[in-house]
Design a protein around this ligand. Structure first.
Ligand code: ZN
Length: 153
């Protein structure tokens, strides 16, 4: 760890806010680096001691406090997490979802209708092929190869 990185972390290290591995690296660097150790000592000298002067409590007050704590019942809320639903914000999304579902439903019904019709068509007997016999043909009224006349003459 470089001096600059260590110096940026000195206060956090002294406050016990660094990750364990990071704290070890800072500690090792400070132990071996004069500049960082001097800065750390100056910071320690400038930092006031935390105010942790808790006034002593009498035995009577402690007993009274314990009694009050025993008598106190805490009503936990029935449901810890209640989702807040903003229906006005949700409405357009719900409308779009309904429209998409309607379209999908319509498409599916049409798909199944078409499938049913195709099944009926497949099940019906194929119509007999109509092939004209030789005598069923009539000669064309105008045969350009046989006459020089123009149509309509
Ligand atoms: Zn250093």
């Amino acid at each position: 760890m470089r001096c600059r990185a260590v110096q940026e972390r000195l206060v956090a290290w002294r406050d016990g806010e660094l990750a364990p591995g990071e704290a070890v690296r800072v500690e090792e660097h400070v132990a071996g680096c004069v500049d960082c150790r001097v800065l750390d000592e100056h910071l320690l000298a400038a930092t006031p001691e935390p105010f942790l002067d808790i006034p002593p409590i009498s035995a009577e007050a402690e007993a009274r406090l314990a009694r009050m704590l025993d008598e106190t019942t805490v009503d936990a809320p029935a449901l810890m997490w209640q989702p807040e639903v903003d229906w006005r914000r949700l409405a357009p999304h719900a409308l779009w979802a309904a429209a998409v579902l309607l379209c999908l439903g319509w498409g599916l019904t049409k798909h199944y209708e078409a499938q049913a019709l195709q099944a009926q068509l497949d099940a019906a007997p194929a119509p007999a092929e109509t092939v004209l016999g030789e005598g069923d043909f009539r000669p064309a009224s105008w045969a350009p190869s046989e006459t020089q006349a123009e149509p309509g003459e």
